[in-house]
Design a protein around this ligand. Structure first.
Ligand SMILES: CC(C)(COP(=O)(O)OP(=O)(O)OC[C@H]1O[C@@H](n2cnc3c(N)ncnc32)[C@H](O)[C@@H]1OP(=O)(O)O)[C@@H](O)C(=O)NCCC(=O)NCCS
Length: 184
């Protein structure tokens, strides 16, 4: 399957990854706050390279993977937003999740919420999904706020089977999304 083309929100371009993203993404991922949940540290260049390789492989196979998130104004790569398959949590599979990870100097502007809205619209409107989940560590208050703002509701608290971290799973069904009016 060909990688999907990117699309725009009010302030973001959400687009497929390319090899040319490595430098800018390594800079974003090296910031410890960006990977505080779940790693408690930033990624090194090899880890970022592996992330990018997974992104390129997912795009080539048509499997959901978060898009590169670029600011429309200036074209800076500021992280990722989008859909993914949460295979790390077998108890909720099969599922598609929505997630986000942005560079700290862009936090608090509603960008994750804006990109998350567009991701839900893509999942329900384009992919025809019936429901979308989102998963976070309860200490990660900002991420939980984004999920709440998108109209998602808590489904269960559980534990990461590999890392042992406490996790909270939220969910939104298509009819709830339609009723919540959270389209972009
Ligand atoms: C989670 C993340 C993507 C949020 O991005 P963002 O663009 O700042 O999100 P938004 O501005 O859309 O919304 C953040 C909300 O959380 C609130 N918030 C942020 N930090 C908070 C905190 N420490 N305590 C309480 N609320 C907080 C903001 O006020 C805002 O809510 P409000 O608009 O109702 O006030 C960003 O913090 C991030 O990239 N974190 C690191 C990566 C990560 O943890 N990703 C999620 C993994 S599950």
């Amino acid at each position: 399957m060909r990688p999907m083309a990117g699309f725009m929100t009010e302030r973001l371009v959400l687009r497929p990854w390319t090899d040319e993203d490595l430098e800018a993404l390594a800079a974003v991922f090296s910031v410890p706050e960006v990977w505080r949940f779940p790693l408690g540290r930033g990624l090194d260049r090899d880890e970022t390279r592996r992330f990018l390789d997974r992104a390129l492989a997912a795009q080539a196979s048509g499997s959901p993977f978060p898009w590169a998130a670029e600011e429309r104004d200036g074209g800076r790569l500021i992280g990722y937003v989008g859909l993914a398959v949460p295979a790390f949590l077998p108890e909720i599979m099969p599922a598609v999740e929505v997630g986000w990870r942005l560079v700290p100097d862009r936090w608090g502007r509603g960008l994750a919420t804006e990109g998350g809205r567009a991701s839900l619209a893509h999942g329900f409107g384009v992919l025809g999904l019936e429901e979308i989940v989102s998963i976070y560590q309860p200490e990660n208050v900002a991420s939980g706020q984004v999920m709440a703002r998108l109209g998602m509701r808590v489904e269960r608290d559980t534990t990461d089977p590999v890392r042992g971290d406490a996790l909270r799973v939220l969910r939104i069904r298509r009819d709830e999304w339609e009723a919540a009016g959270v389209r972009p």
